[in-house]
Design a protein around this ligand. Structure first.
Ligand code: AMP
Ligand code: MG
Length: 338
């Protein structure tokens, strides 16, 4: 079950409550760490195993590149675009329904139906990283052609039958903007009542804090400083209990063309990487919402982003602008416990 867990070890906390930590590398193509405070080793082990299993199942369901025997995943849905509705697991259905809803709530800035466009950027990035001397930008005509197949209305959801149908044969879904957060929230839900004092999930920087540390204090979660990516210094440290912290950054997946860096968060209007900020961090309870909004805010000018937050009580954000200026939404310092 935990075949890929590289480490599960116990660290001294206090006499009754111990700290346990496990790490794995095989979900969502990223580094994951689960930290548990518990007075019961078995509880810690069950929490870790449940988190791992939930994330692995989500990883397979939300995968757009690979098939897995016996399940209909997002690749199955994409492969059936224009052909037939696909019956899917309720977790996948709910995530796609949420993604569609978030399109409307973010003025279309976050669009999970943009797979056709993102695929082109993905291909150019992969080729550019493999052969930097041949790195090239996508062809704008090709991007514009692909943009025609991004109409969110062509995602047809049948709640009763739990089917997803992409009515446009050229359409494909890419849920990179919210899948990790959605999965982290499901994992957090599944271990919430297991009796641990505290659980911290860090799935590739997508952080979800439950309960508290062994001494009763909140979890301390650093916000990456984009000006000091290799250093240990954080931009700020959030003290979290019962909250998620998710960051979208221009350095997370990028490649270089003619000496200029191009990252992975694409503005649906210009079809080019959004150029407003270096990084956006969102704090709120639900990790899926935090993930979706960090991407959406990244694509919006600041005024629009601040207005958007009015629609989402209990959400705060921190922007790092291109020139290094740091902007906090109202309530950020308090919510982050800075
Ligand atoms: P995140 O790291 O959560 O900000 O998500 C970035 C990922 O979301 C990218 O790697 C793409 O797969 C996808 N993506 C990029 N731009 C958009 C967009 N405007 N709307 C929806 N998904 C996007
Ligand atoms: Mg996101």
């Amino acid at each position: 079950m935990l075949a890929f867990v590289l480490a599960f070890f116990c660290l001294p906390a206090n006499a009754a409550v111990q700290k346990y930590q496990a790490q794995f590398f095989d979900v969502f193509d990223t580094f994951s760490q689960v930290t548990v405070y518990s007075s019961d080793k078995e509880v810690a082990q069950t929490v870790t195993a449940t988190v791992y299993e939930t994330l692995l199942e989500c990883h397979q369901l939300f995968d757009i590149y690979n098939e897995y025997e016996g399940i209909n995943n997002l690749k199955t849905v994409n492969d059936n675009a224009g052909i037939a509705p696909v019956k899917v697991d309720e977790r996948l259905f709910a995530m796609v329904a949420y993604g569609k809803e978030m399109y409307y709530q973010t003025n279309g800035r976050m669009n999970i139906a943009m797979g056709s466009v993102l695929k082109i950027w993905h291909r150019c990035r992969t080729e550019g990283l493999l052969s930097p001397e041949k790195a090239a930008l996508p062809d704008m005509d090709e991007l514009k052609q692909a943009q025609r197949a991004t109409d969110i209305e062509n995602i047809i959801l049948d709640e009763e039958n739990q089917t997803i149908f992409l009515a446009d044969p050229n359409m494909s879904l890419d849920v990179g903007a919210l899948a990790k957060g959605w999965a982290v929230e499901l994992a957090a839900d599944s271990v919430q009542d297991m009796g641990a004092e505290g659980v911290l999930l860090n799935i590739g920087g997508n952080v979800r804090a439950l309960g508290h540390r062994g001494d009763g204090s909140p979890w301390r979660v650093g916000v990456q400083d984009p000006a000091n990516l290799s250093g240990q210094e954080s931009l700020t440290v959030a003290n979290l209990s019962g909250l998620s912290l998710v960051t979208s950054g221009d350095y997370q997946r990028s490649y270089t063309v003619d000496g200029r860096s191009y990252h992975h968060i694409i503005d649906p209007e210009t079809l080019m990487p959004a150029e407003h900020y270096r990084q956006v961090t969102v704090i709120t309870e639900d990790s899926g919402l935090a993930d979706a909004l960090s991407t959406a805010l990244f694509v919006m000018p600041l005024e629009e982003g601040l207005l958007l937050l009015d629609d989402f009580p209990g959400v705060c954000a921190l922007w790092v602008c291109k020139d290094g200026t740091v902007i906090r939404s109202e309530g950020f310092a308090e919510m982050a416990g800075e």
